[in-house]
Design a protein around this ligand. Structure first.
Ligand code: PEP
Length: 254
């Protein structure tokens, strides 16, 4: 079911108490204020997950997610965390394919396909990130890049499995740079993503797919982005570390 979703990505920020305190503020504000988005998701480092999932329990529309999982079920993978471990503390989402993981940890489309399978096996909804680099935008190859990321990372799924996936278009040149895609640039790619999904799974599945925009989204530009026809919310990095800014982005849907 297509939903408006605003998801925060805390990345490797916030010590334990800071994260719990920020999440408590978000939950309290979400209880007091009208939040238009149908789902608010906070993707924290693994150390916060168990505590913030408890704080979110019973709070309508507020969910938590991880930022990564290992593709294996369990075993000798020192330092890694599995889908079932993430699920066992009450998380419901996991970010997969973030450009930082693709670039710094060399995560390939094939690996991301395996991680997607692991997430779905344990009822975690992937927030699957795709997007082009600055060079790919400038050379005009970005539609091909995005199509390949979709095909190689996700198109092995059945339609029922694909329905659990949230997509996030995150142009790499816009992440953490203060450079935001214009609403028209973002809409053009979101429409292309939806059409590509429709070609593979049909119009009904494509219409039901939530496609988020990510890349220097903040309270000043969220409204113009989220008002585009094919933009169903945002994946928010820097601005998710301030409760007021994050909630103001969530409230764009009021
Ligand atoms: C992100 O890392 O997913 C992101 C969108 O970051 P920022 O909002 O800081 O550009």
């Amino acid at each position: 079911m297509r939903k408006n979703i605003v998801a925060g990505n805390w990345k490797m920020n916030l010590e334990y108490e800071q994260g719990v305190s920020l999440f408590s503020e978000i939950v309290n504000m979400a209880k007091d204020e009208v939040i238009g988005a149908q789902e608010v998701v906070v993707c924290s480092p693994a150390i916060h997950l168990s505590s913030i999932a408890k704080l979110s329990s019973g709070v309508a529309n507020v969910h938590v997610g991880a930022q990564n999982i290992h593709q294996a079920e369990s075993g000798a993978y020192t330092g890694e965390i599995s889908a079932s471990q993430v699920k066992s503390v009450g998380a419901e989402y996991v970010i997969l394919g973030h450009s930082e993981r693709r670039a710094f940890f060399k995560e390939t489309d094939a690996l991301l396909a395996d991680k997607t399978n692991a997430a779905l096996k344990h009822q975690l909804n992937p927030i699957f990130c795709i997007g082009e680099t600055k060079e790919e935008r400038e050379s005009g190859s970005f539609f091909d890049v995005i199509k390949t990321q979709l095909e190689a990372g996700l198109f092995h799924l059945s339609a029922t499995e694909f329905a659990q996936v949230v997509l996030a278009y995150e142009p790499v040149w816009a992440i953490g740079t203060g450079l935001t895609a214009s609403p028209e640039q973002a809409q053009e790619v979101h429409a292309f993503i939806r059409a590509t999904v429709a070609e593979k799974y049909g119009e009904a599945v494509a219409d039901d797919t939530s496609i988020l925009y990510g890349g220097s989204c903040n309270p000043s530009n969220a409204e113009s982005l989220f008002s585009q026809k094919d933009i169903d919310g945002g994946l928010i990095g820097g601005a998710s570390l301030k409760s007021r800014d994050f909630l103001d982005i969530v409230k764009v849907f009021n």
